[in-house]
Design a protein around this ligand. Sequence first.
Ligand code: ATR
Length: 280
Amino acid sequence: MDYQLGLIGFPIEHSLSPWIHESFMEQVNVKGSYRRIEIQPDTNFQEQFSMLKEKKLDGFNITVPYKQEILPFLDKIDPVATDIGAVNTVSVENGCWVGYNTDGIGYLRSLEKAYPKIMKQEKARILLLGAGGACRGIYHAFLNAGFSHIDIANRTIEKAENITTLKNEETVTKVMTLEEAESLIDRYDLIIQTSSVGMKPETDRSIIQLKKIKKGAIVSDIVYQPIQTAFLHQARNLGALIHNGHTMLLYQAQYAFEIWTGKRVPIGDMESKLKLILEG
Ligand code: ATR
């Protein structure tokens, strides 16, 4: 089969997804192509999506600003994506568009690869910083994986509270301000920065200041430009274990590719190759 794949979004000219998926295809001998399909935000969305149906794609990724706008155009939505309320991967199955969200599972896979032990510590205390779409996906994945203590700190408390509606009875979630998070930070085994704070060009910004940290804590940032954010820099100086954002990018793509082709491609040295690309 010759897979016709692509990425929909705006702006996407610098997206690394084509490189990732073409590398996957090469590795497992899958024929096909992965194209960038830019949709300008000021165009008629309905028309653009009808045209997309004509393109006979086998699957595509969908990124900002369309992860929610796509929902009414889907024939079916996977339950995880329904809970998260956003789709980043569409598989065309017998002509039907089926929506998935691979962010949360991709994040967990990347964490497990770097720190396998944490995935078995379901009582670990986890703190998520930020409460946007990425936080929602990651929170959902930890809930599903059986973790019992996942707190959320955000600038806007209501947004964090809204995410806790996903919660089950076994999980305890405390919602707090970023200031509270700063003062309680040494309680946590795993701290995950899920907002865009610290992304290029504002690389000197950190969502909170880390003054102390629990011994052996893992500190993670989903921002991957730069790979070493100011937040991770602080964490490293305090002796934390570090988890970089570019690995999530690879593993969410791995899961998307698996949905389209049924093949799970080993990430192997793609982590270091992607790091080199990002570091220019
Ligand atoms: P998404 O598009 O994924 O929903 P977003 O709207 O960019 O994400 O917001 C992601 C998170 O970054 C939010 O939690 C946002 O905080 P608010 O809910 O208070 O808006 C957080 N965020 C963005 N800029 C921030 C900043 N300067 N300081 C603190 N948090 C910030």
